[in-house]
Design a protein around this ligand. Structure first.
Ligand code: C2E
Ligand code: MG
Ligand code: MG
Length: 727
């Protein structure tokens, strides 16, 4: 290649390179310019959108000078200044400034972080009105200048909300502190954090002390497990618990009942953060409940369970016995002739006696047995341990034996006996109601058997008892309906074979059951408390009859009338007797009143008074059924008694039982030495009559001589007898 061609080629390439470079430079310049333009446009569109489209007043101010660079039209309307007015002016210059506005602090904070959230400001609009605002601001460059864009939110809305929240919380605080309920907040670590006054006062702890404690520390250990269960199953599971009763321990150690309810609360993230406990002291309510319970289920006099509670206990005991396949027994105890005590010694004494009996019966029981007062003078015992008929009868015997001794009440000795009925589960029944009624029926049977004894329930008893109830009803009207009658049985001087008196023995002509003997209805009349009117009627009738006989020339020397304890315990008896003697013009010595040994055993002061008044009146007294009781001889000496009636049970065995014969001999000897006359009862055979005569017993009574008969038959029968004797 020639040098000229070579230099031309080099020049050409150099030129082409310069041209390409110039084109590239031109192109790059164009490209960067257009890029800058689109960025500016994008920024300005963004600003337009955020700025002019913003529904809140928005301003752009210079960081350096504090002058307004731009405000949006919402600012213009809300504050009353146009964009052109504010531009280039500071806040102070346009009057937006308020003395509380701390601009330096505002700017400083924005500079530190580049933004600011909810900065509180107090501004003033063109009309001079205060404008409470929260401002969100951000640092940015505006036309090459460091600027702050501020979005102003009217705080009136927030303020209203805040104020109502504050008021609410103040009201809550007042409520929290003064409510008559303990409120405590426990944090998620299980410590008390906040407790109101009531809570602190009830427990006796200060707030500071409580803050070192956990709920377990003020709860008796026996509640921990249950609390834990309620906590897991209710409170945590659904955020709250039902009301529960439990106990709390005060600082001084007192344990008291409370009712509690829990509500959990969560933190900002919705996680469990602790709980509120609402605690109510329920000691007062508990006390009322207990009083109500005790009124409803306890006997107020003795403090024992009453019938309602006891029935419930029996039901539960039956359930246990069923599961354990064992027997239980029910004893129904009724005090004999308790009404007498009330009538004669007064209700106060009666109540005191019931209390002592309740106490003493309790001592006779084993730990598993329970005792209740069923009402009046009735008690019941439930035996649950090793129950066998033999075992139960031993306990029944023990109770009967207990009553054999006098009971000391208010420094006074009282004699009283008890009748007991027994029913057994499962033999007799399997319900509480039926067992009780069967034991009750058996108790009636025990009464019929002469009281002071016990009796197991038998099916036949039911029949007897319904009969008894029927008798009870008709007995109330027997007197008015003239169904009662008096039979008379002669008493004979067996040495001279002479009539010395007649014993008046009451009978009841029952419209349905026919002629009833006193054993069927006298105990009933005593229990029903109507024996005094029955007895008064017998005295009246007997005196009238004696007077009538004597007027008719049948000179019966003496009328003997039986008395009941209740009659003897009434002072009105003396009055009644005196009046009947007077009305019928009878000598007091013509009347003899019979009392039993057991009646004397009561040794009541009143009885002694009445006996002495009767003696003073001139009426003679006899002790009936002698030998069956426990009369002390010394005691007999002090009594104004004339006759001792040897009980028929001794007479019956004359010729058969040398022991009974010995007793009769002893009674006769003792009577002689005390100056008393002996009357032998129940003489049925000539052999008995001869034995008595031989032993020096002068008087006798019995079927051998004459049966008890109505008044008219007695007279005619006696006349016949006298006539036969004469023949
Ligand atoms: P008591 O006073 O011991 O009367 C004697 C009882 O023995 C009478 O029974 C009489 O009928 C019966 N008796 C008489 N002789 C014989 C005999 O040889 N053999 C047998 N086995 N018995 C004989 P009654 O009339 O059934 O009276 C029973 C009891 O009722 C009386 O026993 C008395 O305690 C009481 N009683 C009777 N009338 C009255 C009354 O008006 N008032 C009171 N409170 N009790 C009365
Ligand atoms: Mg008698
Ligand atoms: Mg007798």
């Amino acid at each position: 290649m020639s040098p000229i061609v070579f230099s031309m080629t080099v020049k050409f390439f150099l030129l082409a390179f310069c041209l390409a470079l110039m084109l590239a430079l031109l192109f790059w310049q164009h490209w960067t310019q257009s890029k800058r333009f689109s960025e500016q446009q994008r920024q300005s569109e963004l600003l337009d959108g955020c700025f002019y489209g913003n529904p809140l007043p928005t301003t752009v101010t210079s960081v350096e000078s504090g002058k307004f660079l731009l405000v949006n039209n919402v600012f213009e309307t809300e504050f009353g200044w146009s964009n052109s007015f504010v531009a280039g002016k500071t806040l102070k210059e346009i009057g937006l400034w308020h003395e509380h506005f701390k601009r330096d602090e505002y700017v400083q904070k924005i500079k530190e972080r580049g933004w600011l959230k909810m900065f509180p400001m107090e501004l003033q609009n063109a009309r001079g009105q205060l404008y409470y605002a929260n401002v969100n601001a951000s640092l940015f460059s505006y036309q090459g200048e460091a600027a702050i864009i501020s979005v102003i939110t009217d705080r009136a809305v927030f303020r209203q909300m805040e104020e109502s929240i504050l008021a609410k919380s103040r009201r809550f605080q007042v409520l929290f502190e003064n409510i008559r309920q303990g409120i405590a907040r426990v944090d998620r670590y299980g410590y008390f954090v906040e407790c109101n006054r009531m809570f602190c006062e009830e427990l006796g702890y200060s707030m500071e002390e409580l803050q070192r404690l956990r709920p377990e520390n003020i709860t008796p250990p026996q509640w921990h497990e249950r609390d834990e269960q309620i906590w897991r199953e209710e409170t945590l599971a659904r955020g709250w618990s039902d009301s529960h009763e439990k106990e709390q321990i005060k600082k001084d150690g007192t344990v008291y009942p409370v009712e509690v309810q829990f509500y959990t609360y969560a933190d900002a993230q919705g996680r469990y953060d602790g709980y509120w406990g609402f605690v109510q002291d329920i000691s007062g309510r508990k006390h009322e409940e207990e009083t109500l319970h005790s009124l409803a289920y306890c006997d107020q006099l003795t403090g024992l369970p009453n019938r309602i509670l006891f029935q419930d206990r029996i039901t539960h005991a039956i359930g246990r016995a069923q599961r354990g396949s064992y027997s239980i027994a029910l004893l129904y105890i009724d005090l004999d002739r308790f009404k007498n005590i009330n009538d004669t010694l007064g209700i106060q004494m009666g109540n005191a006696l019931l209390k002592v009996v309740a106490e003493q019966l309790g001592k006779l029981l084993r730990s598993g047995d329970s005792l209740a007062r069923m009402g009046g003078d009735e008690f019941s015992i439930l035996l649950e341990e090793q129950v066998t008929p033999q075992g139960v009868s031993i306990i029944a015997e023990r109770i009967v034996a207990f009553f054999e001794h006098p009971i000391v009440v208010m420094d006074q000795e009282i004699y009283i006996t008890a009748s007991i009925g027994i029913s057994l589960y499962p033999e007799d029944s399997d319900t509480a109601e039926a067992l009780l009624s069967q034991a009750d029926l058996a108790m009636f049977k025990a009464k019929e058997l002469g009281r002071n004894t016990w009796q197991f329930f038998e099916k036949s008893i039911r029949q007897n008892v319904s009969e008894r109830l029927q008798l009870e009803n008709s007995l109330r009207h027997a007197l008015q309906r003239h169904e009662l009658d008096v039979y008379y049985q002669p008493q004979i001087d067996i040495v001279n074979d002479k009539l010395v008196g007649v014993e008046a023995l009451v009978r009841w002509n029952h419209p349905e059951f026919g002629l009833l003997l006193p054993d069927r209805f006298i105990p009933l009349a005593e229990d029903m408390g109507i024996i005094t009117s029955v007895g008064a009627w017998v005295i009246q009738e007997a005196c009238r009859q004696l007077a009538q006989w004597r007027a008719a020339g049948f000179l019966v020397p003496r009328m003997v009338v039986n008395l009941s304890a209740q009659q003897l315990e009434r002072a009105s008896l003396v009055e009644l007797v005196a009046r009947q003697l007077e009305i019928n013009s009878l000598e007091p010595g013509m009347l003899e009143l019979e009392i039993t040994e057991s009646m004397l055993m009561r040794q009541s002061g009143r009885i002694m008074e009445v006996l002495h008044s009767l003696r003073d009146l001139g009426v003679s007294l006899a002790i009936d059924d002698f030998g069956t009781g426990y009369s002390s001889l010394g005691y007999l000496k002090r009594l104004p008694v004339r006759h001792l009636k040897v009980d028929s049970s001794f007479v019956r065995d004359i010729g058969k039982d040398s022991g009974d014969e010995a007793i009769i001999r002893a009674i006769i000897a003792m009577s002689n030495s005390l100056g008393l006359e002996v009357v032998a009862e129940g003489v049925e055979h000539a052999e008995q009559s001869s034995f008595l005569r031989a032993e020096g017993c002068r008087y006798a009574q019995g079927f051998f001589y004459a049966h008890p008969t109505p008044a008219n038959t007695l007279l005619s029968g006696w006349k016949d007898r006298e006539q036969k004797k004469e023949v």
